[in-house]
Design a protein around this ligand. Structure first.
Ligand code: FAS
Ligand code: PHB
Length: 389
């Protein structure tokens, strides 16, 4: 088989890239290790930046998101019983869209299937060959048979545990990592959200986040120990702990109910450089990971896709390789700013085991500065709605 772009990974990065290329008449094949049902069962991001909204519109898949998504003009930050609001509209004139990653992925799958896009599920032994030449190819097995796809380019959209990053020789990669000494225990519940906006909560007992998917589907998180397992937490214990971490007036109005999903995500900051190796380009979690505090994981994957899509489009439409040659440098410039914001917001909102009394005073001082200073709020708002591509 031959195609123009082989895309490894059928998550949001791979699917968005495939659909954008299709709109421009550029052929791709998506190789996905799991089943479609498994990919759609993963509960992940919930907040979309303006840049991702624009890409979804350009890909022609924004209809349901615009009908069912919720535009949020601000977010709430609490510490103890204190709470204040960051007004995105006032500081940036922009909003964010609350619309689950699962729904983004579902919309992209539907668009690819409608366009008869080629997606191969349950592939195994995916191997990238000759990425440093102008005749790369990918081999894989599916249904017990060996396959080969010759292509012009390969997009590694296969997440943190994929094969693409590992294809770049270890002595050619520089990796930067910070592992956080806690995780996030998240639940979904078919209950009305406690507030119409998100609440990021700093409390003496640890971080909590009150989010949502729609008017009767809420998403809540509490910071937990890395040794915790979801089965260690009954629903009652989760709700009791969440109530102790958010302001009393919010806890009083919290509607609880049975969890329909419960999972723990570890937190890390991670970047690999470079994000390209010959004709192999890394996108999304294959190249970088952020703690979900700033809602930058999916959104930074989207900015990678923006740079790669436009580079490939320039190459195929004009023969000019400038966009693909500068992909890694452009993508990394924005990746590092998202890493910084996610690290900064995580440092501000969580309890760390080695924090001193002075450190805790610094957190309160930073929160009160953010609460009272226009420039600090503008900086927070600009990062949260998404820095320009
Ligand atoms: P993904 O990991 O989503 O997709 C990669 C795909 O590649 C997967 O479908 C995988 O099956 C496939 N794959 C892997 N290896 C392969 C191989 N060898 N061959 C073929 N296919 C292969 N971000 C937020 O903004 N907010 C959140 O709350 C949030 N929560 C998260 C919770 C968890 C547990 C995780 C892991 C991530 C979370 N993220 C969150 C980040 C998440 O949203 C990612 O940024 C987003 O999924 C990135 O999308 P992709 O780059 O497509 O990677
Ligand atoms: C979510 O709704 O899952 C969500 C929202 C904002 C975050 C992280 C997760 O920062």
């Amino acid at each position: 088989m031959k195609t123009q772009v082989v895309i490894i990974g059928g998550g949001p990065s791979g699917l968005l890239l495939s659909q954008l290329l299709h709109v421009r008449g550029i052929d791709s094949v998506v190789l996905e290790r799991k089943t479609k049902g498994y990919v759609l069962s993963r509960i992940r991001a919930g907040v979309l930046e303006r840049g991702l909204l624009g890409l979804m519109r350009e890909a022609g898949v924004a209809g349901r998101m615009e009908r069912e998504g919720f535009a949020h003009d601000g977010t709430l930050i609490s510490y103890g019983d204190e709470m204040f609001r960051i007004d995105f509209q006032e500081h940036t004139g922009e909003s964010v869209m609350v619309y689950g990653q699962t729904e983004v992925t579902r919309d992209l799958y539907e668009a690819r299937e409608t366009a008869n896009g080629k997606i191969v599920f349950e592939v195994d032994a995916v191997t990238i060959h000759y990425a440093k030449t102008d005749t790369p190819y990918v081999t894989y097995t599916a249904g017990g048979e060996d396959h080969r796809i010759d292509c012009d380019f390969i997009a590694g959209c296969d997440g943190f545990h994929g094969v693409s990053r590992q294809t770049i020789p270890v002595d050619q990669r520089r990796e930067y990592e910070k592992v956080y000494p806690f995780g996030w225990l998240g639940i979904l519940s078919e209950t009305p959200p406690v507030n119409h906006e998100l609440i990021y909560a700093n409390s003496p007992r640890g971080f909590a986040l009150c989010s949502m998917r729609n008017e009767n589907l809420s998403r809540y998180y509490i910071q937990c120990s890395l040794s915790d397992k979801p089965e260690d937490w009954s629903d009652a214990a989760f709700w009791q702990e969440l109530k102790r971490r958010i302001p009393a007036d919010q806890a009083d109005r919290l509607v609880t109910g049975p969890s329909i999903e419960k999972s723990i995500a570890p937190l890390r900051s991670f970047v690999t450089e470079p994000m390209q190796w010959g004709r192999l380009f890394l996108c999304g979690d294959a190249a970088h990971i952020v703690p979900p505090t700033g809602a930058k994981g999916l959104n930074t994957a989207a900015s990678d896709v923006h740079y790669l899509y436009n580079g490939l489009r320039q190459y195929y439409e004009t023969g000019d390789p400038a966009g693909i040659d500068s992909y890694s440098q452009k993508a990394l410039a924005r990746v590092w700013k998202a890493e910084r914001f996610s690290w900064w917001f995580s440092s501000l909102m969580h309890r760390y085991p080695d924090q001193s009394e002075f450190d805790l005073k610094m957190q309160v001082a930073e929160l009160e500065f953010l609460r009272s200073n226009e420039a600090a709020q503008k900086a927070m708002a600009e990062n949260y709605v998404g820095l320009p591509y």
